[in-house]
Design a protein around this ligand. Sequence first.
Ligand code: DHB
Ligand code: MG
Length: 226
Amino acid sequence: MTEDTTELTPDAWTRVDRYLTDALVGDQPALEAAITAQSAAGLPAIEVAPLNGKFLHLLARIAGARRVLEIGTLGGYSTIWLARALPQDGRVVTIEAEADNAAIARSSLERAGVAERVEVRIGRAAEILPTLAGEEAFDFVFIDADKESNTLYLDWAARLGRPGTVVVVDNIGRGGAVADPGAVRSDVVGTQRCLEMLRDDPRFDATALQTLDRKGWDGIALAVVC
Ligand code: DHB
Ligand code: MG
């Protein structure tokens, strides 16, 4: 027997993450260049893992999304995955609070050949989101910014979406901290409020998945606007 089961250690799940990424994501020069540019500029390596980026991409395709809203651009890694899911006339509106990050993202989006499909809006999402209210509804919303504001972002996802809009919230596991009833860390409390809103707000139906990959132990929430 060579197929021994493996103890769950960081080494083991990183190896599996690498295996699955090699098997199903493969070489992605433009995406890898976006990571290199982000790292060279000193941005934190908190973009989604490759398998999760592709998961977002596939969800957007399955949803037939034409208009995508992303809250939290960072260096544009997930933005590229999402833009690639869209038809030629599709659009990603992505919001980034830091102008320096947005500049890195724009150049990576250009290198990836998707810049004409992406609008990078610089500023606090709380201020930019209300300006999008007159536009056509978004089909897909990815929330990946400051966790303290997740309930605000969910509210805007419902307002700017339509019944059937897919909503994904990143980082709902927080290394297991989310299950701590006495949590005081603001990001954890923000995540807990977000999950309670997904449970209680009739505008959503939702579930969540834990993830274990090169970014460690975390998770995503998946919701549909009702
Ligand atoms: C953090 C934020 C993220 O969006 C993420 O994917 C990982 C970590 C953070 O703020 O620490
Ligand atoms: Mg994230």
